[in-house]
Write a protein that binds this ligand. Structure first.
Ligand code: ADP
Length: 483
C-alpha cells in the first residue's frame, strides 16, 4: 500500500512537469516510503495502542470473558500519553454502576422477600441437597436441633409422602407436580395446628429444585376435625347403649325364633343389620379420631384370615341377605397365618364388604377371595356395582371423602376407607382399588405373613409395647417390617 502510494506520488510529480533524473526519482520514492512507514508507526503508537487499552479496559468492566490483561491506569506510560484520566473514569463509572446494580438487586430481593412474607400462602424452596434455601413467614418451617430450618409436616397416612416423592423424582423424573390435601403441621388437639393443601413442583437441575406452596386451609378443615372430635365424644357415649341393643336383639332372636312369624323374624333381622351397621360407624369414628391423635394401638398376634372372617360372617351374610345381594366368600383354610390385630382386620373386611353391598345393585354379587405369596396374604373384595371414575378413585382414602353420587344416594360417613388404609398400613400391608364406572370395583389389601415378621414380633414381647412408637403411643409396625 505504502509502495503503491509512493509510486503514485512519484509518478504524479514526474507527469506534473518536474524533471527528475532517474536516480533522483528513486531517492525521492524511497524518502516518501520511509516517511510513510514512520508516519504509520507513529499513528499506531499514538492512536492504536491507546485505543486497544481503552477497549481492554471496557471489556474488563463489561464482565465479558477475555484473556486480555486490563490496563493499569497508574502505569507511567498512561501518565505520559494522557490516557490515565480516561482509564480511571472508565473503572470508576463501572464500579459505581456495579454498586448501584447490586444495591438495586438487594433492594429488589428485599422487596420480593417482604412481598412474599405478606402472602397468605407459605412458600418453601429446596435445593438439590434438599436443604431449605428459602421460606417465607407463612411456611410451616421450624428450626431443627442442628439449627437448620426444616419442614414440620404430618402426612395424613403417617407416611412421609414428601420423601417418597422426592426419591421418585431423584430416581427417574426431570419435572413433576404434586398435590397433597389436608396435611397438618401437628397432631389434632395441639395448639397452633395448621392444616394445608400443598402444591409442589420439581425441576431437576434448577437452583431451587423443589418449590412448595402451602395453602393454609385450617379454617376449612379444622371445623371438620373438631366436629369429628365432638362426634367421637358422642360416639363414645353411644357405644354402651348400642351394645346393649345388639345384645337384646340377639336374645330376642334366640328366644323367640320358635314363636315369631316370618314377618316378625324379618323385622328383627333388619333391626340387627341396622344396629350392627351403626355399631360399625361408631367404631370407624372412634378409630379415626384415635388415629388422628396418634392414640390408636394395634395388638398383633398370629391369627388366620379365615378365623378372623368367621367372626363377622353371620353379620355380613345377614346384611347381604337383607339387601338382596349375594355374598360369596372364598378364603382357603390352608393359607399361611398372618400377623394381625383381629378387631382391626375384621373392621377392614366389614367396611369393604359393606361398601360392596351399599354401592351395588339388587341381586348383585360381592366376592371375597384370598391368596398368598412368599410374604403377604392378599385379599380382594369385588363387586359389580356402580363403580367409580378415576377422579373419585384418587381421593378415595381421604378422610370424609364421599363421591357426589354416593352423598346423594347412600348413607355413610366417608371415614370407612380412611380407617381401612390406616389399619392396613399399620399392619405393614397396602390397600388399593381398581374400579370402572358403571361396572364395579375391586378393593385389594395385603397383610404380612406371620412367619416373615415373627422375629420382630416376639422380640417385642407379648404386649407389643416395642411396636408402639415412643412418645405418641402410635404404632408404626409397617416401618419396622420394612427395616
Ligand atoms: P362411606 O361409604 O361411609 O361414604 P367410605 O370411606 O367407606 O365412606 O367410602 C368413601 C366413598 O368411596 C364412598 O362414599 C363412595 O363414594 C366410594 N366407594 C367406596 N366403596 C365403593 C364401592 N365399592 N363402589 C363404589 N364406590 C365406593
Amino acid at each position: 500500500m505504502q509502495i503503491a502510494l509512493t509510486l503514485a506520488i512519484g509518478g504524479a510529480l514526474a507527469f506534473g512537469g518536474l524533471k527528475l533524473t532517474s536516480t533522483a526519482f528513486i531517492i525521492t520514492t524511497i524518502a516518501i516510503l520511509v516517511a510513510s512507514i514512520l508516519g504509520n508507526i507513529l499513528l499506531f503508537t499514538q492512536l492504536m495502542i491507546p485505543l486497544q487499552n481503552i477497549s481492554a479496559a471496557l471489556t474488563k468492566v463489561s464482565g465479558e470473558p477475555t484473556d486480555v490483561i486490563p490496563p493499569n491506569p497508574n502505569g507511567h506510560n498512561f501518565e505520559r500519553n494522557g490516557l490515565k484520566p480516561l482509564l480511571q473514569l472508565i473503572y470508576e463509572t463501572a464500579s459505581k454502576s456495579g454498586e448501584e446494580t447490586s444495591k438495586a438487586a438487594i433492594q429488589d430481593a428485599t422487596f420480593i422477600d417482604s412481598a412474599l412474607d405478606q402472602s397468605q400462602a407459605g412458600i418453601v424452596m429446596l435445593n438439590a441437597q434438599r436443604e431449605i434455601i428459602y421460606h417465607n413467614k407463612k411456611a410451616p418451617v421450624v428450626k431443627g436441633i442442628d439449627g437448620k430450618p426444616r419442614l414440620e409436616l404430618i402426612f395424613d397416612d403417617d407416611k412421609d409422602d414428601l420423601k417418597l416423592w422426592l426419591a421418585e423424582c431423584d430416581e427417574k423424573l426431570v419435572h413433576d407436580e404434586k398435590l397433597w390435601l389436608r396435611v397438618a403441621n401437628s397432631i389434632v388437639g395441639t395448639e397452633d395446628r395448621r392444616v394445608y393443601d400443598i402444591n409442589a413442583s420439581y425441576q431437576k437441575g434448577s437452583k431451587a429444585e423443589v418449590v412448595m406452596v402451602f395453602f393454609d386451609r385450617t379454617e376449612v378443615y379444622q371445623p371438620e376435625d373438631d366436629e369429628l372430635d365432638f362426634i367421637a365424644f358422642a360416639a363414645h357415649e353411644l357405644r354402651g347403649p348400642i351394645t346393649v341393643i345388639r345384645g337384646y336383639l340377639d336374645v330376642i332372636d334366640d328366644e323367640l325364633k320358635e314363636v315369631m312369624d316370618n314377618e316378625q323374624k324379618e323385622l328383627i333381622k333388619r333391626l340387627v343389620v341396622s344396629a350392627n351397621r351403626l355399631s360399625g360407624y361408631i367404631a370407624n369414628i372412634l378409630n379415626a379420631s384415635k388415629y388422628d391423635r396418634r392414640h390408636l394401638k394395634l395388638h398383633l398376634v398370629e391369627d388366620s384370615l379365615a378365623n378372623i372372617y368367621d367372626s363377622i360372617n353371620d353379620d355380613m351374610q345377614l346384611r347381604a341377605a337383607s339387601q338382596n345381594r349375594l355374598l360369596s366368600v372364598n378364603i382357603p383354610p390352608d393359607l399361611p397365618t398372618i400377623a394381625a390385630d383381629r378387631s382391626s382386620l375384621s373392621e377392614v373386611l366389614a367396611n369393604l364388604i359393606d361398601n360392596g353391598l351399599k354401592y351395588s345393585f339388587e341381586g348383585g354379587s360381592i366376592n371375597v377371595t384370598a391368596s398368598a405369596d412368599a410374604n403377604f396374604v392378599t385379599v380382594t373384595v369385588e363387586d359389580h356395582g356402580i363403580g367409580m371414575p378415576g377422579s373419585v378413585v384418587s381421593n378415595l382414602f381421604h378422610k370424609f371423602y364421599r363421591s357426589h353420587r354416593s352423598r346423594e344416594t347412600v348413607a355413610g360417613t366417608g371415614i370407612g376407607l380412611y380407617i381401612c388404609k390406616a389399619f392396613i398400613e399399620s399392619h405393614g400391608g397396602q390397600i388399593g382399588v381398581k374400579s370402572t364406572e358403571g361396572q364395579g370395583s375391586t378393593f385389594t389389601f395385603t397383610v404380612p405373613i406371620y412367619a416373615t415378621v415373627a422375629d420382630k414380633l416376639s422380640s417385642t414381647g407379648s404386649s407389643n409395647v416395642g411396636l408402639i412408637k415412643d412418645g405418641n403411643n402410635w404404632i408404626k409396625n409397617h416401618t419396622m417390617y420394612k427395616g
